[in-house]
Design a protein around this ligand. Structure first.
Ligand code: ZN
Length: 309
């Protein structure tokens, strides 16, 4: 079966024709989202690309940032005028293809279930470590959504009461300690104490710069890494107790740091789970890399088509 996956982002949008049997992207087009032009223009341009590449596709899946309910984008922090936008309906009208929409963290976990390390598994917890921290949960083979469809906001569990303020207004959320934004903030906070850190030799401080410095043994970078890993480990141990997953999958830009976070993370989690959970789970970094967005979006459609059958 072939479906189109649309990875809608605040800056760029990637649209790909995905073959579910082959498990790959047949054709892929990347465009600038140009959110400032307004949602109607954005959706028109996306629909034009879908029409160009759809060939024998049977449906469209979209992974979108923000709160999504029933194909409608209720609100999205990265897409300013997107309030109550009937995204699925608008794409259907322009392409003639049935369209399904999920938030990008839910689409990430579905992508792992269809194409990644979650294949063949029914209990998966996924975290995307990017500008924010997104969460997606598959339990008993089904995407966990909650009663309004906005659940599994794993990035906003409190891991440190009285910790740093989070974009959501709360204090000490996982996102405020383990996102790329948090890593950069924590690095900057160490400037006074560690002025000669490798981090400050770089023109622009990014999470990648911090993690690269940690790999070279930079003291400040390692402290930031430790703080981030501690927060992530506390959260993941909690998720393991709640969901009893077979696998915990990390994605997003920060996860590319690899073993410098994964190995200490495994130790923190191991030290915090109850003995009965030891050895019941694995923690891995997603291998879908740059394709995770489009494959995840395509999986949103594949999942719905499969459930219907
Ligand atoms: Zn928060």
């Amino acid at each position: 079966m072939r479906v189109v996956g649309v990875d809608l982002g605040g800056t760029t949008t990637t649209i790909g024709l995905v073959d579910s049997e082959r498990g790959d992207i047949v054709n892929k087009v990347q465009i600038s989202t140009k959110a400032h032009e307004g949602y109607k223009r954005v959706i028109e341009r996306i629909s034009d690309v879908i029409n160009e590449i759809k060939s024998d596709a049977v449906a469209v899946g979209v992974g979108s940032p923000g709160s999504i309910y029933d194909g409608v984008v209720r609100f999205s922090p990265n897409l300013p005028d997107w309030k109550e936008v009937p995204l699925a309906k608008m794409i259907e009208e322009r392409t003639g293809l049935k369209t399904y929409v999920e938030n990008d963290a839910n689409s990430f976990v579905l992508g792992e279930k269809w194409f990644g390390d979650g294949k063949g598994k029914s209990h998966i917890v996924a975290l995307t470590l990017g500008t924010g921290v997104g969460g997606g949960v598959i339990t008993h083979g089904i995407l966990l959504k909650g009663h309004l469809g906005i659940g599994a906001e794993l990035g906003h569990v409190t891991v440190m009461p009285n910790g740093p303020i989070c974009g959501c207004g709360n204090y000490g959320c996982l996102e405020a300690l383990a996102s790329a934004t948090a890593i950069v903030r924590m690095a900057n906070e160490g400037r006074k104490k560690y002025p000669s850190s490798l981090i400050f030799k770089s023109d622009e401080i990014t999470a990648k710069v911090v993690m690269d410095a940690a790999k070279k043994g930079d003291e400040l970078a390692l402290r930031v890494r430790d703080r981030m890993v501690e927060a992530l480990g506390i959260a993941i141990a909690g998720f393991i107790h709640i969901f009893n997953p077979e696998i915990v999958i990390l994605g997003g830009g920060v996860s590319r740091a690899g073993d410098i976070i994964l190995e200490p993370l495994k130790r923190v989690v191991k030290s915090r789970v109850m003995p009965s959970f030891e050895g019941t789970y694995e923690i891995v970094i997603s291998k879908l890399l740059d394709d995770s967005g489009v494959l995840g979006a395509a999986s949103v459609a594949l999942e719905r088509l499969e459930v219907k059958r």
